[in-house]
Design a protein around this ligand. Structure first.
Ligand SMILES: Nc1nc2c(ncn2[C@@H]2O[C@H](COP(=O)(O)OP(=O)(O)OP(=O)(O)O)[C@@H](O)[C@H]2O)c(=O)[nH]1
Ligand SMILES: [Mg+2]
Length: 336
């Protein structure tokens, strides 16, 4: 095809087509834009709306399945999700623009596409609104989407396991600090929502508004802010327990710890084995042809049916700050 005289402008693209450093962990974090307003407009429960947090998890799974096997770990809390790309991933040739824009738009599309699965009484049967004393449901969980959300995306490079692990720890500490503050704040203002897991049915009873045993007067936003200024985490635990009968440690782990998604153990072992094989093959080929130019192992992309993909990932609400998790998931780190 003949080139037009305007073809030369394509060269300008290369000036901003950054390729991310090889042999380093790429983290892409998406974050809801102006989500405090989005939460308000959509009547999100406070401090945590499980419908939204579950939808965030679903959107993250959509990203991980779409770009499998490049992303095998992610961590999410509140309106953000961090995706960890494998150190050697040759995902879109490590082009920054492609990586950030694709992950962010795929996440956003997933959030919109799956909204009704979570924000509808008929479809989301795992959440059971509390039945009020007069026998009527106090809360409907159906909420239509009023306007589409936006998420921003950024990428960060971490040079080694230690900095990557500390990044994830940082996000989980952030989750803990904000969640303890928000839980106490909304208890004081009388807007706190209580969730109780029923082990038998594996469903969640949702109580809103939740009244403590003392029926204390509701504080205004300003009064609650004042009340919480200069309080330690011990003070907040104490307020929750003594004044509102809420044991913070009994709050859902999902709210206190956020959600970690990893490739499941069986798949990790399988891929470690496959990667070893492909590395050996690659080295054999390299030695044969005396090629010195290729820096990265290319992971073979297995075509798996969507049914298989359902089984690929585990969702966990566990502590990732202590060493225990990382020792248990040592093989995941190897695969990363
Ligand atoms: N009620 C409610 N609000 C939530 C929930 N999850 C996230 N949010 C809101 O989302 C906000 C996320 O914080 P930020 O990302 O710092 O705030 P933002 O408004 O999104 O601002 P930018 O990210 O800077 O655009 C929280 O402050 C809450 O207002 C939820 O489950 N329930
Ligand atoms: Mg935000």
């Amino acid at each position: 095809m003949a080139k037009s005289k305007y073809e030369y402008v394509r060269q300008f693209e290369s000036a901003t087509d950054y390729h991310l450093l090889l042999d380093s962990y790429i983290v892409v974090r998406v974050d809801g834009q102006c989500f405090h307003r989005y939460a308000k407009e959509h009547n999100f429960l406070k401090p945590n709306d499980k419908r939204c947090l579950d939808l965030m998890n679903r959107s993250a799974l959509h990203v991980m399945r779409s770009f499998y096997p490049n992303i095998i770990m992610a961590y999410g809390q509140s309106d953000e999700y961090s995706f960890i790309l494998r150190r050697m991933a040759q995902f879109f040739n490590r082009r920054q623009n492609k990586i950030i824009s694709l992950i962010t738009s795929t996440f956003t599309a997933g959030f919109i596409y799956h909204w009704n699965d979570y924000f509808s009484d008929a479809k989301n049967t795992r959440l059971i609104p509390k039945i009020a004393a007069d026998g009527t449901k106090s809360l409907s969980l159906t909420q239509t989407m009023k306007y589409p959300p936006s998420f921003d995306g950024r990428c960060i490079l971490y040079p080694n396991e230690r900095t990557l692990m500390d990044y994830l720890r940082w996000r989980q500490v952030d989750c803990h600090i904000n969640n303890l503050y928000n839980t106490t704040f909304y208890a004081l203002t009388g807007e706190y929502t209580h969730y109780e897991h029923d082990d038998k049915s594996d469903k969640f009873n949702v109580s809103f508004p939740y009244c403590g045993p003392k029926l204390l007067p509701k504080l205004s936003t300003n009064e609650a802010t004042q009340r919480l200024s200069h309080t330690s985490s011990g003070d907040k635990n104490e307020i929750l327990f003594t004044d509102y009968g809420i044991n913070y440690n009994n709050e859902l782990q999902q709210f206190r710890k956020g959600t970690i998604i990893t490739l499941n153990m069986e798949q990790i072992d399988r891929r470690l084995f496959m990667d070893q094989k492909s590395t050996n093959n690659f080295n054999a080929k390299k030695n044969k042809k005396q090629k010195k130019d290729k820096m990265c192992v290319e992971y073979p992309l297995i075509q798996e049916s969507s049914d298989d993909q359902q089984q690929l990932f585990d969702l966990m609400n566990v502590d990732i700050i202590s060493e225990e998790f990382w020792q248990k998931y040592d093989s995941l780190l190897k695969l990363l």
